[in-house]
Write a protein that binds this ligand. Structure first.
Ligand code: ZN
Ligand code: ZN
Length: 471
């Protein structure tokens, strides 16, 4: 799941300036609806998605962007697309700064000395700091601290993220990770600690990218596990606490990875594509099963199932395994740049990057003329327990840069009730995926992609600048 500033749902509220009013309504033919119903039942009984995520997480494991494992994942994805019957498979390069984690330690000093379990935030510099910690309840409290009040101190933001199905509190947890370190540096801090942006109670820390504002000198920045944050809060209640934090990590030149793309070529409008996908990179602590091996696997499986049909869909199904989402949507931005001239050729796009929980809601960004077609897809999804939520949703992270250029998006909302128990931790492993829930996801993506590809008419993709809503 991405981390971006709160965006306003402009694309839904702004009337289009083009001639949509005169546009013929988009419709999905009955024959396609009948085929989609068959595909849906077939997908529920199929284990391709599970086999693909099992293969990725077992054979490659963690795949930090720019690492050797990331390169092996690119080769894996290329081979997997071919093995799954995609008739066109290629890669597009994506270059970005390379960050590495080597070691990370922290401990409480003084009268109650003891180790702490931490993990460096992605983008943190290495270094060793020893200082008193100053606790803040949330980011606003840190931002309100007097100038210079943290000189020589380590800031500690102790906000507990709340769990819900849509993961909405990640707005707060994520902001503490992305903006907290810079806020702390402005007040004079020499180090930054945060309660993990997570909802579990396990002794595993949640990593994730942070950024330092221009003009600031970055300081070692890490997250504590939730039990460790509790421990620190209890120690602070007894008096001042001094912590030693030693991180060995940092940026090391540039790396090039690849968006890996597979296609099932369309039968009559092959240049027009329905694009679905997930991101291939992961953090280095777990094996990237829910983030985002599942997204890659379930969209690959959907493309595979559509490719098994006797008659190819009208338009092309394109599945993208995006490079380096985690450190700043590099793959999604590269895709948007490379395909900028082809917005109109993209029927619609959707990315799965919120785990492997069952999909419970659906929507698209389609304008009025394609609302009936959206409703038709929603009806085909309804037997999967998916509700049409006409005013909700947004594009997945890697789709969002292209959606900002006018790509129509589909939204297939996954149940993320336990997503932030696992997200960006060593616990993000294959055993957390329920094969039945994954198959439901495959079924939903298969139905969505197939019906969008078969539609008579479009879903509103056209070149224009929009600010897509955040999911
Ligand atoms: Zn992630
Ligand atoms: Zn992700």
């Amino acid at each position: 799941m991405r981390l971006t500033p709160l965006l306003i749902a402009l694309s839904l509220s702004l009337p289009s300036l083009s001639a949509h009013a005169a546009q013929k309504p988009t419709r999905i033919p009955d024959a396609a609806l009948a085929t989609a119903a068959q595909l849906r039942e077939q997908a529920l009984a199929d284990d391709t998605g599970w086999k693909v995520v099992e293969s990725l997480t077992t054979e490659i494991g963690p795949r930090l962007a720019g690492s050797d494992a990331d390169a092996r994942a690119v080769a894996w994805a290329t081979a997997k697309f071919k093995a799954l019957g995609f008739d066109k498979v290629w890669t597009e390069p994506v270059t970005f700064p390379k960050w590495e984690r080597r070691s990370e330690h922290a401990s409480v000093l003084g009268t109650h000395p003891q180790p702490l379990t931490v993990t460096a935030l992605g983008g943190s510099p290495g270094g060793t700091v020893e200082a008193e910690i100053v606790r803040f309840a949330d980011l606003a409290a840190l931002e309100a601290a007097p100038e210079g009040s943290l000189a020589g101190k380590i800031a500690f933001v102790d906000y507990q993220m709340k769990a819900d199905r849509s993961g909405s509190d990640y707005r707060n947890g994520g902001a503490i990770r992305s903006r907290g370190p810079s806020a702390a540096i402005r007040k004079g801090a020499i180090g930054y600690l945060m309660r993990s942006a997570g909802t579990d109670n396990h002794r595993v820390a949640h990593t994730g990218i942070t950024r330092f504002d221009d003009g600031l000198t970055p300081v070692p920045s890490a997250s504590l596990t939730i039990p460790d944050a509790d421990q620190l809060a209890r120690l602070l209640a007894r008096g001042p606490v001094k912590v030693r934090m030693a991180l060995d990590c940092g940026w090391d030149g540039e790396a090039t990875s690849y968006n890996v793309i597979g296609e099932i070529t369309g039968r009559s409008l092959p240049k027009e594509v329905v694009v679905i996908g997930g991101h291939l990179d992961s953090w280095d602590l777990g094996t990237g099963a829910i983030d985002d091996g599942a997204g890659v696997a379930l969209t690959m499986a959907a493309g595979h199932l559509i490719g098994q049909l006797k008659q190819a869909p009208k338009r092309t199904i394109r599945v993208v395994a995006f490079a380096n989402e985690e450190q700043g949507l590099y793959g999604g931005r590269a895709y948007a740049e490379k395909h900028a001239a082809d917005v109109r050729l993209h029927q619609i796009g959707a990315e799965s990057d919120f785990g492997a929980g069952r999909i419970y809601a659906f929507n698209t960004s389609a304008p009025d003329y394609a609302r009936d077609a959206t409703r038709q897809i929603a009806e085909a999804l309804a037997p999967l327990g998916i509700e049409y939520q006409a005013d909700k949703g947004g594009p997945g992270p890697d789709i969002s840069p292209f959606a900002a250029q006018g790509l129509a998006w589909g939204w297939l909302a996954q149940d993320g009730s336990d997503y932030f128990n696992l997200h960006h931790t060593a616990d993000d492993t294959l055993d957390k995926i329920d094969p039945k829930a994954l198959a439901q996801n495959v079924a939903a993506y298969t139905v969505f992609a197939y019906l969008a590809a078969e539609a008579e008419g479009g879903f509103g993709s056209e070149p224009r600048q929009v600010r897509p809503p955040q999911e």
